[in-house]
Design a protein around this ligand. Structure first.
Ligand code: F0G
Length: 470
């Protein structure tokens, strides 16, 4: 099926340029080290960008996680921290913000996203159960597996094709979900693990039409839907941009509607919510809340702080309100589009359409001579750092890890290198520098050799694995 390019769709309506709805009050100097120093730093880091010191990095596009710039309001909120062990006033501000903007009833704070994944997986998954979802995420799937579950990918096929221009590549394939229900029986389905702007697919959104249809199917069987809301605000932007009938709805209204089709959500507040640390879990079911509110005390902290300081919760409550402003999200994704358009104009292979939080370079097409065993996406991240000190992240065969049953490498169709853009941190000029560096290593692509793994930890190997040049 042919789809128009969603990014240029707006232009036919004569949309004007965006600019950031803020100005800069404080700056953090950047350091550029020489090519020789980068060679040494990268070799010491075992060719893994996670093992570099940030002092050796120029533009840091490793992740958008916890790397946002907070606003003056959020910093002012930090001074209002109520560090009482129990019942901190900041918790109630956070609770109210989540209830208002996401619409769920009961809130459990945690130190970050994977803390919430741990709790919800332990509460809802019994050994042998299946957890269908719209593509895996590394930490999410690991917590589901550690609870005894098996994750089953039920995303539409287009999500695995980096050149498909489907506007909602995050959609669930309801036939795949139905087939799983028929195969294993409804009692063996723990819940549907639904993610907004699917990270591993390239930051691709799920449509409201799909969420509605998913709700209907799940209601027929009494299956619950829990949302990974980490980047759901960005997802709401794509709905506003692409889904008929939503162009005039606010991001806040769209976000509320999305959440209304789910039974609860978990959140890494380090992304959309504009804080450097924090997370929350929110559900509508009181009994489930009681279980989660009890588990959090074991693993994170009391149910009114969950691993965050009072000041963190205040900054988070303010960050939630800022994150759903239309002008904020338009400029945030506008910047990602800007970089995507530069690379597209230069015919550099990237995942299309451009997603919400990052540009994903398609390493298979970038290094066409390199088999997946030679780790093209890891190699690309290493080459980019060597060229200019820009730090990116592998999202391919290394991140996919091994099948826990067979021990074999999982071989994902997508072999990507992620240029992740932190919120409110870099300027358009930084994006120009990034694009030029990608172009330089693309021009040198035929001379580039791959990498091999020489050390591999047991869990989430991409964080700490070491590599050598072939
Ligand atoms: N869910 C999604 C979709 C994520 O992207 C992440 C983290 C998590 C859950 C876990 O949250 O890091 O706060 O524990 N993603 C980061 C990234 C690490 O770089 O994409 P966390």
């Amino acid at each position: 099926m042919e789809h128009p390019n969603p990014q240029t769709m707006g232009q036919q309506f004569g949309r004007r340029s965006w600019a950031e709805p803020w100005k800069i009050k404080m700056v953090e100097p950047l350091r550029v080290i020489s090519r020789e120093e980068r060679e040494r730093a990268l070799a010491e880091a075992g060719y893994n960008t996670f093992l570099l010191r940030s002092d050796d990095v120029y533009i840091d596009l490793l992740t958008d996680s916890g790397a946002s710039a907070m606003s003056d309001r959020q910093w002012a909120g930090m001074m209002l921290g109520d560090e009482a062990y129990a019942g901190s006033r900041n918790f109630y501000h956070l609770e109210e913000a989540v209830q208002t903007y996401y619409g769920y009833r009961y809130i459990v704070p945690t130190h970050q996203g994977r803390g919430t994944e741990h709790l919800i997986s332990q509460a809802l998954i019994k050994p042998g159960m299946f957890v269908p979802g719209n593509m895996y995420f590394t930490t999410t799937r690991l917590h589901q597996e550690l609870a005894g579950g098996t994750f089953v990918d039920v995303i539409i096929d287009e999500a695995h094709d980096p050149s498909s221009r489907h506007p909602f590549k995050g959609d669930v394939d309801l036939d795949k979900l139905q087939a799983l229900i028929d195969r294993v029986g409804v009692d063996q389905i723990a819940y549907v693990s639904l993610a907004g702007t699917v990270n591993m697919a390239g930051g691709q959104p799920v449509s409201l039409a799909n969420m509605r249809a998913l709700r209907e199917l799940c209601d027929r069987y009494g299956i619950r839907i829990y949302l990974d809301a980490t980047r759901m605000v960005e997802n709401a932007y794509f709905i506003q941009e692409r889904e008929p009938g939503y162009a005039d709805k606010s991001i806040a209204a769209i976000l509320r509607e999305c959440c209304s089709y789910t039974d609860g959500a978990w959140m890494s507040a380090k992304k959309d919510n504009l804080v450097n640390i924090g997370g929350w879990l929110a559900v509508n079911d009181r009994d489930l809340y009681d279980v989660l509110g009890n588990l959090v005390v074991i693993y994170e902290g009391l149910h009114t702080y969950g691993g965050m300081a009072g000041r963190d919760m205040e900054a988070l409550a303010i960050g939630i309100v800022e994150s759903v402003q239309d002008a904020h999200i338009r400029s945030r994704i506008g910047q990602v589009y800007y970089l995507g358009e530069l690379l597209t104009d230069w015919e550099i292979p990237i995942v299309q359409p451009v997603g919400g939080h990052a540009i994903f370079l398609d390493a298979r097409r970038f290094y066409q001579h390199m088999p997946q065993e030679h780790l093209p996406a890891q190699t690309l991240a290493a080459e980019l750092y060597l060229d200019s000190g820009i730090r990116s992240m592998e999202r391919g065969i290394v991140s996919a890890g091994r099948d826990p049953q067979t021990g074999e490498n999982r071989r994902p169709a997508l072999e990507l290198t992620r240029l992740t853009i932190p919120r409110r941190v870099y300027t358009q000029a930084h994006m120009d520098v990034v694009a030029e560096s990608v172009k330089a290593i693309y021009d040198a692509r035929e001379r580039t050799q791959g990498l091999e793994i020489v050390y591999e930890p047991k869990y989430l190997r991409f964080f700490q694995a070491r590599f050598e040049r072939l």
